[in-house]
Design a protein around this ligand. Sequence first.
Ligand code: GDP
Ligand code: MG
Length: 457
Amino acid sequence: SLSDRLTGTFKNLRGKGRLTESDINSTIRDIRLALIDADVATPVVREFTGRVRQRALGAEVSGALNPGQQVVKIVNDELIQILGGETRRLNMAKTGPTVIMLAGLQGSGKTTFAGKLARLLRDQGHFPVLVAADLQRPNAVRQLEVVADRAGVPCFAPERGNEGGHDAVTETGEGTRSFGDPVWVAQAGVGQAKVRQYDVVIVDTAGRLAVDEALMDQARNIRDAIQPDEVLFVIDAMIGQAAIETALAFSKGVDFTGVVLSKLDGDARGGAALSVASVTGKPIMYSSIGEQVKDIEVFHPDRMASRILDMGDVLTLIEQAEKAFDKRQAAEMQRKFMAEEDFTFDDFLQQMSAVRKMGNLKSILGMMPGMANMRDQLASLDEKEFDRVEAMVRSMTPFERTHPKQINGSRRARIAGGSGVTVSEVNQLLERFGQAQKMMRQLRRGGGMPGMPGMPG
Ligand code: GDP
Ligand code: MG
């Protein structure tokens, strides 16, 4: 089974070349089923697995993971990236109130979300106000007022004689005239917010049960009238295959800036997130997770990725395996150091890939024997140089990696040819490497290692 196949970890410390096509295919099959099960739209599944396959085919086998796990890791990374990588925050206006417009189909959860977002912002110290620009359904204005009340924020709605009791957008009398014009109401609401110095205006709009031109025109007209800082497209996580069509229609119709995924408290595994993000490229910013005003979360791409994959255990396992592997490598490094074994190009490669994996050059290099001294040199290398250095080391034979001094002229030429660099670049690398080795020996003689945990200093 998938989990059996993914559970075992490789015990060997070194990798074994590239992932094979059959390793990849069998795992991709399972991934495809997981995505379909999560209700990711079919064309998105196809495109996505194709991309993952490409990436996996080029991937080096990690010593920490078995091939199945490694493909899952690639899938997870790719999912997180498509889902937006880092969480994107609201784009706040530099002057005047920040205007946020909500758009989406009827029943998608806009009105409910308006209250949640208002409450969230209020709790952060903002002064939000809701504007009722959904005049389509008889009850929509009243619903927003109730929502505003629960959120503890005011609501601007068109005046309807004396029955309202809410803040009218207009002077009494004018209201009747304007009641039917959502564009005007939205604009007047934003104007009121400005006058009364609210700093966030959330404009609720009407939806239809299916995308239609009149709806889109209205949303576009509202957008043009109020020039929002954000247009948030609210989509029901249960929408399934229709996600693509709906998202594309709203993307084209109102050109939204961010996505809200609602009703994630239900059974939906969240495949709509991947569908929407991959066809529109727009970030998902919030999740709506219930009917109450507190049921809102800032969207976390990594959590959504594991929800879509539904392989939480496997992902945890992968993380643990990688951590254990890193620890083992560090221990091995320390043992070598104590045993006065020379630092080899294999060690170098491992450290480089650890560095690249973890990103933070300076702190990591500071923890590695010998590398602290190369830290400044290495920190100034850019990614491309990293690629070149890595290519050179990979073009070395196992013998050369452990016996750098034996790399003579013809070997240097071969390495240069194999990695697409000049011989002088190979010379430079060997030179720098020789210096690092020398420094390690000196340090060893001199006693403690700077920044080496557990070493007498
Ligand atoms: P709108 O037509 O887009 O304004 O949608 P509403 O905000 O009126 O929501 C439609 C229905 O979905 C209402 O019954 C809401 O209570 C419900 N709803 C909205 N968001 C959520 C959610 O995150 N979870 C659940 N379970 N229900 C929700
Ligand atoms: Mg509504």
